[in-house]
Design a protein around this ligand. Structure first.
Ligand code: SF4
Ligand code: SF4
Length: 377
């Protein structure tokens, strides 16, 4: 296992972190419960393989993840760094504190190593976190009492908004999204690193997108066995990334990821630059096609045009055919908030005049439907 120094904390953490958001589940009664007979040995195996960063959250695995992680780390608490999160539901420090106490109970521990303001954006930070009597003050108090060791945040916002939160100087680590297909937070990661923060990456394999086989991505480096391996190595090789957090649900996935996180250096600097250049070129090709600007929306029959074209790009440019087809069909299944796929377009033409890229949207939608829809098999 590769270990990296987590910013100014000086702590040595494993380059691969165990994300307890996809623990094995079984049907029980009307719902699902975590299969502890599988989940606990899985976490033990992760620790045996040298993983010392374990991340959970109150909502994971139907709200059972924290309790299962608590059981799994019994007797090994001092040799791991435990991370969990507090959803910022309002600006009340007292409510924040109640949620912290609940997590400590669920985890059955006296302290949390990395405690996150969960999923914040700049607006939440300024209006709900950093306010008199709010979560930030409550967090400092909890730290003084030894209930939490390090204050962290996880970030979901426009990339440019991360700088102000980092520059507050309040946080020791940040949890953010970064992977082969989404490098929008690269500058933010570098900034955090230069400020002495630890950078923990969620979604190193693109929320599963990069788990699907893609010869186009795998072949960027001849000696890499799978797309998932390539994706993980890409994150681990980034000098600004401290931990790549992967949600692992079985032993095979765990052992494969741990093996990748034990390859010294992940990718060489030369390989990393080569991959980044190739991805940049791919992105340029994709952008020529559709920038995702959304100007063509809304559509009277709810075709989600940018999403449909994004999926077409995943297939055409990145070779992620199976993933693209699967997601395209999900749009057909009628979850209206995500819009619909190209199959329902009535060719009214109202979108075409709004597209700054002058894309022949109707024609391209027809092509996408043929490539990803039912006719594509
Ligand atoms: S042409 Fe099709 S996609 Fe465009 S607005 Fe009309 S129905 Fe929607
Ligand atoms: S307006 Fe054109 S470029 Fe923008 S999302 Fe729609 S199709 Fe893509």
């Amino acid at each position: 296992m590769i270990y990296k120094t987590l910013g100014k904390t000086g702590i040595q953490v494993s380059a691969l972190g165990f994300g307890a958001m996809r623990l094995p589940m079984i049907e029980r009664g009307n719902g699902k419960i975590v299969d502890e007979d599988k989940a606990i040995p899985l976490i033990h195996r992760a620790l045996d393989l040298g993983i010392n960063y374990v991340d959970t959250a109150p909502g994971y695995c139907d709200r059972q993840s924290e309790a299962v992680v608590g059981k799994a780390i019994k007797g090994r608490r001092d040799s791991i760094y435990l991370s969990t999160k507090n959803p910022i539901e309002d600006a009340s420090g007292d409510n924040w504190r109640r949620r912290l106490e609940n997590s400590l109970t669920q985890l059955d521990t006296d302290y949390i190593d990395f405690y996150h303001m969960w999923g914040i954006n700049l607006h939440t930070f300024e209006n709900k976190v950093d306010v008199p009597g709010g979560p930030m003050e409550a967090a400092w108090r909890a730290k003084d009492e030894g209930l939490i060791r390090h204050i962290s945040f996880s970030f979901h916002d426009e990339p440019g908004n991360i700088f102000k939160i980092i520059d507050s100087g309040y946080f020791e680590t940040v949890l953010l999204q970064y992977n082969l297909l989404d490098q929008s937070l690269t500058a933010g990661m570098e900034h955090a690193y230069n400020k002495g923060m630890g950078v923990v990456v969620m979604g190193p394999v693109g929320g599963g997108r990069l788990g699907a086989p893609s010869e186009a991505i795998r072949s960027m480096l001849g000696h890499v066995r799978s797309t998932a391996e390539m994706a993980l190595r890409f994150v681990i090789a980034n000098p600004y990334a401290t931990v790549a957090l992967s949600g692992m649900s079985d032993l095979t996935m765990l052992e494969e990821n741990a093996a990748v996180a034990s390859i010294p250096g992940g990718l060489t600097e030369e390989e990393r630059i080569r991959v980044a250049d190739m991805l940049e070129e791919n992105k340029r090709l994709a952008d020529l096609y559709c920038t995702g600007c959304n100007y063509c929306m809304p559509c009277p029959v709810d075709v989600n045009i940018p999403r449909v074209f994004q999926l077409m790009n995943y297939s055409r440019v990145y070779g992620l055919h199976d993933y693209a087809k699967q997601e395209y069909r999900k749009l057909a299944d009628g979850d209206i908030k995500n819009g619909r796929n190209a199959d329902v377009c009535v060719e009214c033409g109202s979108c075409e005049e709004k597209c700054p890229q002058d894309i022949h949207i109707i024609h391209q939608l027809r092509e996408t439907s043929a490539a990803l829809g039912v006719a594509a098999g």
